[in-house]
Design a protein around this ligand. Structure first.
Ligand SMILES: [Zn+2]
Length: 67
């Protein structure tokens, strides 16, 4: 499975990678500013693609809020 396009860090626009953190929580970690964002819900922790969808979603983005 190919990796989906991932948005950059919302704080510094740095490169971000997804990794599995403590207790199976998926984390998005910024290599530039060190921000770590996780969506700690069952859906995201179980499914990488769902977590990525959450990450790519922005509150002001109307296209993605209609999932
Ligand atoms: Zn950053």
């Amino acid at each position: 499975m190919k990796a989906q396009i991932q948005k950059n860090c919302p704080f510094c626009k740095g490169k971000v990678t997804q990794r599995l953190g403590f207790a199976g929580v998926r984390l998005f970690e910024c290599h530039q500013c060190g921000a770590m964002v996780s969506f700690n819900n069952k859906e995201c922790n179980k499914n990488k693609a769902v977590a990525l969808k959450y990450w790519n979603r922005r509150a002001e983005d109307d296209n993605l809020s209609a999932m």
